[in-house]
Design a binder for this molecule. Structure first.
Ligand SMILES: [Zn+2]
Ligand SMILES: [Zn+2]
Length: 321
């Protein structure tokens, strides 16, 4: 902690120093024609602009859509990295300590980033900043509000970036924070909140079909739709707490697929166990549509597009029924 505070302090001194250097040479030069060029360079320089660090690329994409000119960096950029079992390096945490704004999902998911930061008002989060406990009896989402025309139950699930409402809230909170720190910054949450409204409406139109998930990644989508979460209870409980399902749980899942009770299967290739992959294969053999939904965007895809694709894929899979 001490080192982090020290580094942060050092960085702020460095920043001030870097900022003052061009001004100093400007004063020494004492030339009025040069002043325009010099001050433009200083303003354009990234050294004094806000630094934003996010746990995953999801939040970096959201933040970048809100503030296109800011320097925004995700610790987990995507690819094969499974954020569930991620351990940050010292270099990762150095970036966190230098950041002006930090964005995380919360709910324990990315606690590797925030559990060493106490009451840090740089942090913007979608869920409460709980520890990474696997009991899921914390009330991270107890205040989840019912909204008009929809009486969904509390969703206690850390995959909160698939909640259109939470993403819109983070976008708004981030815009507010940026403006607070730099009133001149170009910032607008509207592009994100409008997109989330659109997705939210699409989600509400998803039909009442039976759906199973190899990992409960789409809970925040399903809870706003008429889709019926039909993952066998034992399997679901184990995967919610990131455990290994028993042979009986897997057999119950396979039976549901084989009995023709299931219309759509959601599969998360990014944190797939051998069991999950086998269940996906069974679904494919039975001709049950499989929708792939990832933890983080793949192949440099923007998260807003990935979220849209997930909803569109669910829609077309459900319409095959
Ligand atoms: Zn997950
Ligand atoms: Zn809703």
């Amino acid at each position: 902690m001490l080192t982090a505070v020290f580094i942060k302090h050092l960085m702020s001194i460095m920043k001030k120093l870097l900022w003052s250097l061009p001004l100093l040479s400007l004063i020494l030069a004492g030339c009025s024609t040069a002043s325009t060029t010099a001050s433009t360079t200083a303003a354009d320089s990234a050294d004094d602009s806000l630094k934003v660090v996010t746990s995953t690329k999801v939040w970096a994409d959201v933040a970048q859509a809100v503030a296109p000119e800011l320097d925004i960096e995700a610790i987990i950029t995507g690819g094969d990295t499974d954020p569930h079992s991620f351990e940050p390096s010292a270099a990762d945490m150095a970036k966190v300590s230098e950041a002006d704004i930090i964005i995380v999902g919360g709910g324990g998911y990315d606690s590797w980033l925030y559990d060493s930061l106490d009451d840090d008002d740089r942090i913007i989060h979608a869920l409460e900043l709980s520890e990474h406990d696997h009991d899921h009896d914390h009330d991270a989402n107890a205040a989840d509000e019912d909204h008009e025309g929809h009486d969904h139950a509390d969703v206690d699930n850390e995959h909160v970036w698939y909640s259109a409402e939470h993403v819109a809230e983070v976008a708004d909170d981030f815009a507010e924070k940026v403006t607070e720190l730099d009133p001149e910054a170009q910032v607008d949450a509207a592009a994100v909140t409008a997109k989330m409204d659109e997705l939210h409406n699409k989600i509400h139109e998803l039909p009442a079909v039976n759906i199973v998930q190899t990992e409960p990644i789409a809970d925040h989508i399903l809870s706003h739709s008429d889709m019926v979460e039909s993952t066998p209870a034992g399997y679901r409980a184990t995967t919610l707490s990131e455990g290994e399902p028993t042979a009986a749980d897997v057999a119950a899942f396979q039976d549901a697929l084989n009995n023709g009770d299931i219309d759509v299967l959601v599969y998360n290739p990014q944190s797939a166990s051998t069991v999950a992959t086998r269940l996906k294969d069974v679904a494919e053999e039975k001709g049950i549509p499989v929708v792939e939904i990832y933890e983080t965007p793949q192949n440099n895809e923007n998260f807003l597009d990935a979220f849209t694709k997930a909803v569109d894929d669910l829609t077309s899979a459900a319409n095959q029924v």
